[in-house]
Structures are given as C-alpha cells and as structure tokens.
Design a protein around this ligand. Structure first.
Ligand SMILES: Cc1cc2nc3c(=O)[nH]c(=O)nc-3n(C[C@H](O)[C@H](O)[C@H](O)COP(=O)(O)OP(=O)(O)OC[C@H]3O[C@@H](n4cnc5c(N)ncnc54)[C@H](O)[C@@H]3O)c2cc1C
Length: 501
C-alpha cells in the first residue's frame, strides 16, 4: 500500500471516526507507521476492544494499533509520547480485572499478531516466544521435545503469554511449580519512552524483570519472552474425592499440605459449581456431594504412588464419600475440562455471575468459606466456589440476574465484601487475576500510603508521564469515587495518591 493510498484511506476513515479524539497530527503519524489493516478507527470495530473479561466496565478507545514487530511497537509508543496519548497493551482480552480496558482518549496496542514460537532450546530447557502466543500453544510446541510449560490458567487455550506475564498469572499447577514469575527467564520490552530493552534473570543489580512481571502493562510492552520449560514427569495421577461439604474437603486440604505433601494441584469445587460443570461438560464428578477435590500428583512413579496412598488415607479420615483416580489420559482430561470450564459453566445455573479473586491463609479457609456463606445469605444472592485450595486462592462466583434492577450492583457489593473478609483473615485482594481497574480502589486495604508511594516511584522511573495503562493498579479519588462499595469508600479516604499518576 503506498503512502498516498494510506493517506486517502485515513481521510476517508476520519469521516466515520466517532469523534476527533486523536488530533490529525497523531493520526497522520500513526498512518505513516502502520498499514490500514493495522489501524482501527471505525466505531463499530473499536467496540470489539471496549472491555476485557470484566465486561461490566467498558470504554471505547480512540484507536487500536496492531503492530507486527518490536520496531512498530516502538514507533507507535513514540507517537503516543510525542502527542501525550495514553496507551494500553492488549493480549487476548481474557483478563478479569479490567487491565486491558481502554482509555477513552487513548490507543489500544494489540499484540494479536505476535504469534511466533521463535526458538526451542531443549538443552537449556527454554523456549522463546512472541507475546501473542496462546499459553497452551507453548506446551503444544515443546511437547514433542518431552517438555511442557507449567503455569496453566484455566483460560490457557486463549490467553497470551504477554498477558500472563503482565498479570503474573497462576493456574492449578502453580501450587507446586510457582506462578508465571518463576518461569520467565528473559524479556524484550518496549519502555513507555519507546526505548527497547532486554531484561533477564541473569542481570546484575535490582530485579527489574521481577518488577516488570505482574506490572499489568504499566511499565512497558513485552515484545519477546523466554520461558523456562519443564521435562514431562514420569507419572501423573489425578484423584477425585467427593465430600459431604466444604468444611470436610477444606480440612483434608490442610491435612495434605500439613503432612508435607505438595501435590501438583489441589482444586476444590462446591455443589453449585459441580452442578454447573457437570451440566456443561459431563466431567464425571461424584454426584450428591457438597464439595469435590481434584488432587493431582506428578513426578517419579514411586513418589507419586506413595503420595497417592497417603492422601487416600487422609480422605478416608476426613470421611470422603467417594474417591477415584482417572483411568486414562482421556479421563484425566475430562476431569480437568470440568474444572477449567467452571467459570463459563455458571451460565448453566445463572444468567450472570461476577468472579472474585481473593487469597486467604490456608488455615483460615473454613472460617472464610463460612463468612462467604453468611454474606451470601444476607445479600440474597447465591455464591459458587471454585478455587486453588492448595494456595488458598478463592474464586467466589457471585450469581445474579442483570435483568432484575439492582442485582448487578448488589452482586458487586457482595463480591467486595468477600474481598474485605479475605483481607481481614490475613489474605490478599488478588491471587492471580490482578488489580487492574477493578481493584485499584482496594489497594489501600492492603498497602499503606508509604507502600503505594514506593510503587508509584517505581512506576514513574519507567513511565514519568504515566502514559502506559493509566488508571490501573493505583487508586485515584476520581476512579474510586465513581463506583460505590464498602472498600471503595475506605480507599477514597486513604488514597489521595492517584491524582499524581
Ligand atoms: C474463563 C477464564 C478463566 C481464567 N482462569 C485464570 C486462571 O486460572 N489463572 C489466572 O491467573 N487467570 C485466569 N484468567 C484471567 C486471564 O485469562 C489472565 O489474566 C491472562 O493472563 C490474561 O491474558 P490475556 O492475553 O487475555 O491478557 P489481556 O486481558 O489482554 O491483558 C491483561 C493485562 O496484560 C497487559 N498486557 C497484555 N499483553 C501485554 C504485553 N505484551 N506486554 C505488557 N502488558 C501486556 C494488559 O495491558 C492488561 O493489563 C481467566 C480468565 C477467564 C476468562
């Protein structure tokens, strides 16, 4: 496409742009870098990018850029700098905290075309990928070499390695193998200034790679990532155990960890979630149980058999109603399909749901689950529970019907109260879904003003103008004043930081 044609198309497009949010100079600069199919300006197409998985919050961006190389990302970011335009990186948009939610006057930079597996180094146990590669595609790419990629968010078929890095994503197998931060060895990053840098775990000095991972797109855009891959284990056994209720299942989890066994995964689902998952994918979960545990063991065969035997004893002691191990790889896949489809399956039992993500110390699980039950009864809304029980990462699913006036607001308020209960029990406002826009106002629940100042200073060192994903992570009175809720009020009183970001 020639420059003249690009310009003609640009002028034509401008006629249909929803508003002149970006000035002509900025648009001309973008059009000089990107082909027409790499720049979205039409309102209807922009709507595709208006939210991530947190669908109740939507903002239409001024433009979407779809670069195809690090140099193009740099060029777009430099345009943003020159015209002081905020930008938001976007992977697959499966985030659940509004991290990829656009800024109205800003540009979304989509990494959707960064889908190459660049190199597999079996000797070093490493794979280098572009950030738009889907999580599961990494494992598929290295499987023939006898390896796999351990962090496995339930969204792994779709979510990208870039999004995983920005969120420091978890997954069922992170109990034994650690979160994304434990598996990223190096990253090529376009800083908010447009400069291209390489960070790695081998760098001397402060752990800047560690700071970047989990920074939710506020410190720059990853354009290449080198990941640690693990040798496929000799044996894998998946156990299903059905209990009368969450209390018994929770006690079994404490016993397992307490006796020194670290399974690859321990996941818990309550009766509402079991019902929904069964209806959606017929996973073969025990029927008539109040709670189900999925416990997976992997490693050397002898160790796996020994651990299984001890966990079966614990289950018997905690009066499990039923236990069975997966009979085949297909059966194992079916069991996991039920767990991984649990969020989406909620559509079978409720028109709408709100996913909360909080953490509690494992020892406080029974008491917090009890508190959730009480809060749910008081609010008159059902709550399904499905979570990474091994590391106390709860995902209460607040069920509601958006067609009934006020229910959506009540659901969000209940989800907020649950979060407060988690923090009161010594836990955290997020385990793996991130802070994003959703929980920025909850930050003061966990962090003091000094903590937030320190984080803000780090951010300023990378991004003095605050152009990279503004309005995320840090509480701002403007943002926190918009949405009422128990912790948000608390946050407005405490924050006062955000106006400077
Ligand atoms: C059904 C379902 C199940 C889920 N299960 C899990 C789970 O088990 N564990 C878990 O941790 N999460 C889970 N999630 C949440 C979500 O999938 C993860 O947060 C995931 O990492 C987001 O990846 P993404 O590519 O969709 O990123 P996006 O949603 O597009 O973006 C997420 C954040 O990353 C930033 N970002 C994206 N790409 C880059 C980049 N290249 N450089 C810098 N910043 C970037 C964005 O600005 C944004 O702040 C689930 C979501 C759904 C819908």
């Amino acid at each position: 496409m020639t420059r003249a044609l690009t310009r003609r198309r640009l002028l034509h497009t401008l006629a249909s742009v929803r508003s002149a949010v970006l000035d002509l100079g900025a648009l001309a600069d973008l059009a000089a870098i990107l082909r027409p199919d790499q720049l979205i300006l039409e309102l209807e197409q922009l709507r595709t990018y208006e939210c991530d998985g947190l669908m109740r919050h939507r903002v239409i961006p001024a433009a979407v850029a779809i670069p195809e190389s690090a140099a193009e990302v740099q060029a777009v970011v430099r345009v943003c700098n020159a015209h002081k335009i905020p930008f938001v990186a976007r992977g697959a948009g499966t985030g659940l905290s509004g991290g990829a939610m656009p800024v109205a006057e800003g540009i979304v930079i989509s990494l959707a075309r960064f889908t190459k597996i660049l190199a597999i180094d079996a000797d070093r146990g490493e794979v280098t990928v572009e950030p738009g590669v889907a999580n599961l595609d990494v494992t598929k790419a290295v499987a023939s070499h006898g390896f796999y990629y351990a962090p496995d968010p339930s969204s792994q078929q779709v979510c990208t390695i870039g999004g995983n890095t920005a969120e420091n994503s978890g997954g069922a197998h992170c109990l034994k193998y650690g979160f994304t931060v434990n598996h990223i060895l190096a990253a090529e990053i376009v800083l908010p200034s447009g400069e291209l840098v390489e960070l790695s775990v081998w760098d001397e000095g402060p752990d800047l790679l560690g700071a970047f991972i989990g920074s939710e797109g506020t410190l720059g855009i990853a354009t290449r990532l080198t990941l640690r891959i693990l040798r496929a284990p000799e044996a894998v056994v998946t156990l299903l155990a059905g209990f009368a209720g969450m209390e018994e299942a929770g006690a079994a989890v404490s016993d397992v960890i307490g006796c020194g066994i670290i399974p690859a995964a321990i996941e818990m689902m309550d009766s509402i979630t079991i019902e929904a998952a069964e209806a959606a994918v017929q996973a073969g979960y025990p029927t008539g149980c109040g709670a189900v545990l999925i416990v997976e063991f992997d490693g050397p065969r002898a160790q796996v058999e020994d651990d299984l035997e001890r966990v079966l004893e614990i289950c018997a002691l905690r009066k499990a109603r039923e236990t069975r191990t997966a009979e085949s790889a297909a059966d194992r896949a079916r069991i996991w399909r039920g767990r991984k489809a649990a969020f989406a399956a909620m559509g079978r039992v409720s028109p709408n749901y709100y996913v909360q993500d909080g953490v509690v110390p494992r020892t406080r699980l029974p008491e917090v689950l009890h508190a959730i039950n009480e809060l749910s009864a008081r609010a008159g809304l059902r709550v399904g529970n499905v979570f990474h029980a091994g590391d106390g990462n709860l995902h209460p699913l607040v069920l509601y019907d958006a067609r009934i006036a006020g229910q959506a607001e009540r659901a969000e308020a209940l989800a907020n109260e649950i979060l407060v209960a988690c923090v009161d029990a010594g836990g955290s406002i997020t385990g793996e879904h991130g802070v994003g826009a959703d929980k920025a106002c909850a930050m003061p629940l966990m962090f003091s003003e000094q903590d937030l100042e320190a984080m803000a200073r780090l951010r300023s060192a990378f991004d003095p103008d605050g152009l990279a994903n503004p309005g995320k992570i840090f509480p701002t009175p403007r943002l926190c004043g918009e949405v009422p809720g128990p912790y948000r009020v608390h946050a407005i009183e405490q924050a006062g930081l955000g106006e400077r970001l």
